[in-house]
Design a protein. Structure first.
Length: 71
């Protein structure tokens, strides 16, 4: 992650709580990433129905790419 000057901002989203980042990253990398991301962060937690989850449960989630001939 590049070092950004203090006035700049970065926005990110995740469906994982930061304490669970070690399930997708090696432990040392997860700890360092959470430390850097949350150092001066404003964390916004949203709750409510997930439109993506509702679509996935209705069978409208991830759709396969159309395959065609010729490249």
């Amino acid at each position: 992650m590049p070092r950004l000057p203090e006035p700049d901002w970065v926005s990110g989203t995740s469906n994982l709580h930061p304490t669970r980042f070690d399930t997708i990253f090696p432990k040392g990398l997860a700890t360092a990433a959470v430390d850097r991301l949350l150092h001066h962060a404003h964390v916004i937690v949203t709750e409510g129905r997930s439109h993506r989850l509702a679509e996935a449960l209705d069978g409208r989630g991830v759709q396969p790419l159309a395959t065609g001939e010729g490249g």
